[in-house]
Design a protein around this ligand. Structure first.
Ligand code: BDR
Ligand code: CA
Length: 316
């Protein structure tokens, strides 16, 4: 059970193997993180599957008391784009797929996030956003008065030096719902961003995957199986030595922020041009006088990152 000192978080997600590992790691650290809810969104795979996958992860973690709320199936103003070509048809190919013993919670994710923020104490709630920003954009559109209750919003998305991964200039989570992403970056909420520039340095390796498998637990085996499946896409495309473990960067940041480095910058999102739709325009070099609205990460200690994840999943 979470301790009273644990930071209150909501994980908004579209699992996805890397989302799944982020969820497992967060649930493995109740001493530091109090996961109030997991809220799902259409993204890597359609909403029905992302929700089922989230239920499977709370099952695998033996944390079925954590409610899973299904959210928006698609952006308000665009058709959903999915990524089965990266994640496989289930979104979490490679994982053991335990049958969930719990059902999805009754309320919609957007209502659940609003209600949680309404009743939060002065410390507020941290939003961990691992997928397209559709649910969070809807929360901020409906209840901008609740922004003071968001202690911090830490998201995986965007890219600067690395460009994009779904188009030459756009990263998947931002590309799927650029309008919602623009709402988030304009919100005034304290933002921390894990773009491709940092996640492409969090690469798997045979040794790092073996460390999960060596735990000898169901969760460790699932994590290793998912990583085996997930890394093939990026190795093929980039010729890299491993696959980038994007979303767990968000959880690792909450646990050990000092393993990341970055700078405060202005970030805006392209919502008009079809050519560069969903690009994050990051003023890394201070070329404009636009005010900084985000802490943009650029580097991490990858060995420490993997050790932290293995340790968290070992505790399940
Ligand atoms: C992001 O998109 C998804 O494919 C991953 O789960 C991650 O959140 C990386 O661009
Ligand atoms: Ca994701």
């Amino acid at each position: 059970m979470p301790t009273s000192r644990a930071r209150k978080i909501i994980i908004d997600t579209d699992p996805g193997q890397d989302d799944a590992i982020a969820i497992l790691a967060a649930l493995g650290r109740p001493d530091a993180l109090d996961v109030l809810a997991i809220t799902t969104v259409g993204g890597n795979v359609p909403l029905e599957r992302t929700t089922e996958n989230a239920l499977m992860m709370v099952e695998l973690a033996n944390r079925t008391e954590v409610p899973v709320h299904a959210g928006c199936a698609e952006p308000a103003d665009r058709a959903l784009v999915t990524a089965e070509y990266v994640h496989g048809p289930t979104g979490i190919n490679g994982a053991d797929r335990p049958t969930p013993t719990t059902a999805v919670a009754e309320s919609h994710a957007v209502d659940a996030i609003i209600e949680t923020l309404e009743t939060a104490d002065d410390e507020g709630v941290t939003l961990c956003v691992l997928g397209p920003l559709t649910n969070i954009g809807a929360v901020l559109e409906r209840r901008p008065d609740l922004t003071p209750k968001i202690a911090e919003l830490v998201l995986m998305g965007g890219g600067h030096f690395e460009g994009g991964n779904v188009t030459p200039s756009a990263e998947f989570n931002i590309y799927v719902d650029p309008t919602a992403a623009a709402t988030v970056f304009a919100s005034g909420v304290p933002l921390v961003m894990m773009p491709l520039d940092v996640t492409h340095k969090a690469l798997t390796s045979p040794e790092r995957i073996a460390a999960f498998r060596a735990l000898g637990t169901e969760a460790g085996a699932s994590a290793a199986g998912m990583l085996d499946f997930f890394e093939r896409f990026d190795i093929d495309r980039y010729g890299s030595t491993g696959g980038p473990l994007h979303d767990p960067c968000v959880i690792a940041y909450l646990l050990e922020p000092e393993i990341f480095s970055g700078r405060h910058c202005n970030v805006e999102v392209e919502t008009q041009s079809e050519l560069t739709m969903g690009a994050t325009v990051i003023d890394w070099w201070g070329a404009t006088d636009r005010a900084a609205n985000c802490l943009v990460m650029n580097d991490l200690d990858a060995d420490r990152f993997y050790a932290l994840l293995v340790d968290a999943i070992a505790r399940l």
